[in-house]
Design a protein around this ligand. Structure first.
Ligand code: PMP
Length: 391
């Protein structure tokens, strides 16, 4: 179209490079297997860690909420969009996280943007891990605070940043709890100790840790037994929790402040009743069915060992996120295509989502995978990996 020639030009380049991707359509529900292009394939690309997207208790809660309260809320939270169930869910979430309060945002992305863009001013400094999620980066872009990026999980560099920024009103150190592309875990106890030494605040994004790490999936703060020592916990309700949304868990004063100043919260309509009711049911499932988290970790151990035994490079992952390193962008996409032919959906991840030269196929096992699913997937990886010379 006239006026968009410059976009067409860029897209042509992506096509030449082999990194252009049409969206993958799922023609079934989101389970351990999905239907893509009419073919039933093993799903290794979803964040549905515990299989909760299709859990009967979540579906029932959502249906009942629609019947009782309708499909939408018609307003932002601060005007006419706060239903009792929103507040009940937030209290339940705060109890679950062992914090004073919690506040739900439309997504994990907007939760990060909402916090970072609202609580810091030009008197403050935000100190962020180099591999933090895009929503943290964008939140930081929106603050007037000074910014310092420390080398990924490098505690010497973090200490240097804390020393260099002494004198700022507030220093906020931000880290992913589990890093989304590599599956490694932040050294949270060391971060907390440094922040206590230098009088800085700590914020952790547990998007990939909620429902995955800690007792009943309470997250990294629980995993490392750091309750009361991490000031802000952010996370998503869209991955292991199986529904949609983001949350901030922390002190009541933070919740109050965000309600009045976090722009994505103030200016965007609240979650439909079905979403909130299903999220509430998800917390009940986490509390009452701990075997789901146990199964997730059993599957994780089995799949990781299988990939290692085949000779794949899987980086520093310690969690259900296992990257299978390939290097070249086009090769990663080819590998993903071959796997699909073999009956496995594992998405290639390329620049700019990861650095150039670090393209990979990212796998995520879930509690819903059977041993047979994982054995079949490993056979597919072996065949495709050998065919492309990756192993
Ligand atoms: N933080 C991290 C670390 C994530 O991986 C994601 C999801 N990609 C988000 C935040 C955003 O969560 P949501 O999908 O709920 O917006």
């Amino acid at each position: 179209m006239k006026g968009f020639e410059y976009l067409e030009e860029e897209i042509r380049e992506w096509k030449e490079l082999g990194t252009y991707r049409p969206l993958t359509e799922l023609e079934s529900d989101q389970d351990s297997k999905v239907t893509i292009q009419g073919q039933r394939v093993i799903q290794l690309s979803s964040n549905n860690y515990l299989g909760l997207t299709t859990h009967p208790r979540l579906k029932k809660a959502a249906l009942e909420a629609v019947e009782k309260y309708g499909a939408g809320t018609g307003s932002v939270r601060t005007i006419a969009g706060t239903f009792s169930m929103h507040e009940e869910f937030e209290r339940k979430l705060a109890d679950f996280k062992h914090t004073e309060a919690a506040l739900v945002f439309q997504s994990g992305f907007t939760a990060n943007v909402g916090v970072l863009s609202s609580i810091l001013t030009d008197q403050d400094v935000v100190i962020s891990d180099a591999l933090n999620h895009a929503s943290i980066i964008d939140g930081i872009r929106l603050t007037k605070a000074g910014r310092r990026i420390y080398k990924h999980v490098d505690m010497d560099d973090l200490e240097k940043a804390l020393k260099e920024t002494e004198g700022a009103r507030t220093r906020l150190v931000v880290t992913d709890g589990v890093f989304s592309m590599d599956g490694d875990v932040a050294p949270l106890p060391d971060i907390v100790e440094l922040c206590e030494k230098y009088d800085a605040l700590v914020m952790v994004d547990d998007a990939h840790a909620s429902g995955v790490m800690g007792k009943n999936g309470r997250g990294t703060v629980d995993h490392f037994n750091l309750h009361g020592r991490v000031h802000i916990q952010v996370g998503t309700l869209s991955k292991a929790i199986g529904v949609l949304g983001g949350y901030v868990a922390g002190p009541s004063v933070l919740r109050d402040y965000l309600i009045h100043r976090a722009r994505p919260f103030l200016f965007s309509t609240s979650h439909p009743p079905a979403v909130t009711a299903a999220c509430k049911a998800a917390i009940d499932v986490l509390l009452e069915e701990p075997e789901l988290v146990e199964r997730l970790w059993e599957n994780t151990r089995m799949f990781k060992k299988g990939l290692h035994d085949l000779g794949f490079q899987t980086g520093k992952s310690e969690t259900p996120i296992t990257p299978v390193m390939v290097g070249d962008d086009a090769l990663a996409m080819k590998f993903s295509d071959e796997l699909l032919e073999e009956g496995v959906y594992a998405q290639g991840i390329v620049y700019p989502t990861v650095a150039k030269g670090e393209a990979r196929v990212r796998t995520i096992v879930t509690a819903g995978h059977s041993k047979e699913d994982l054995e079949r997937a490993l056979e597919a990886f072996a065949r495709a990996g050998r065919k492309l010379g990756i192993i």
